[in-house]
Write a protein that binds this ligand. Structure first.
Ligand SMILES: [Zn+2]
Length: 250
């Protein structure tokens, strides 16, 4: 009986690598499955990686069951067993890593300061969105959390990932902050920890130090029902000269 081959997640092992070599496991329609990949598939509200496989553009990366599917322009150019060189669009990837880690900081502050939970999120390149349940809606309060998150970034802290046995992880009260999505039924959970700040069960990609994020910029706040709030944010560089410039212009 043929064993189901699972793609090795190079993006977990070396999230800062930009290129890799892999072997084609199968070609399914427009999509190519590889024995290993650096391409992060769309999931958990986070946008996917794009880039190239040999000369072919990777338009999107998705996940179906255990398979990571690279949708490419010309799948006919590849067949099982072929060696390919993959190149990740690094600017996009790094921005998603920063956006995602910023989301952790915000969700952690919402949770610890206001006991509110994240009900949905969309981490993307241009701007990111986060939904949370908070009964009384106070703009100053939210702005305060963003300021606090930026202060944590200025102070900097390492971001680590490691695996814990599921039952051990779930004993930790702060582990699962997402209101709806419980961690998947796996024996080992991947933990993402911002040292001294936050710990979550999470399969995404993050920067290794908070400083890389720059600064979080609150774009917009919306009411989405009785207790549902929506926050849009972007990132900007933390260059102190730039901050001084913008103050002068006020
Ligand atoms: Zn994450």
């Amino acid at each position: 009986m043929e064993r189901l081959s699972i793609t090795r997640k190079l993006y977990w092992e070396e999230p800062y690598s930009k290129e890799f070599v892999a072997k084609v496991s199968s070609v399914e329609g427009q999509a190519v499955v590889l024995d290993q990949t650096l391409f992060y598939p769309r999931g958990g509200g986070v946008a996917c990686d794009t880039g190239t496989l040999n000369a072919s553009k990777v338009q999107e990366t998705t996940k179906a069951d255990d398979k990571i599917l690279h949708t490419i322009e010309s799948p006919a150019s590849l067949k099982p067993g072929d060696k390919v060189k993959g190149l990740v669009d690094w600017e996009r990837r790094h921005r998603l890593m920063k956006m995602h880690t910023a989301g952790h900081l915000l969700s952690s502050l919402f949770y610890t300061r206001a006991n509110c939970r994240i009900t949905g999120n969309q981490i993307d390149v241009d701007r990111s969105r986060m939904d949370f349940n908070l009964e009384s809606f106070d703009r100053t309060q939210i702005e305060g959390y963003v300021t606090e998150a930026n202060e944590l970034i200025r102070r900097d802290a390492p971001v680590k990932t490691y695996f814990l046995k599921r039952e051990e992880a779930l004993k930790l009260p702060d582990m699962v902050k997402l209101a709806e999505a419980a961690p998947p039924a796996e024996a080992q959970l991947r933990i993402v920890e911002i040292e001294g700040v936050d710990r979550q069960a999470d399969g995404g990609l993050h920067v290794s130090h908070l400083k890389e994020i720059g600064q979080i910029q609150l774009l917009k706040l919306e009411n989405k029902g009785k207790t549902n709030r929506r926050l849009y944010y972007d990132l900007r560089s933390a260059n102190p000269n730039r901050a001084a410039d913008s103050l002068l212009q006020c």
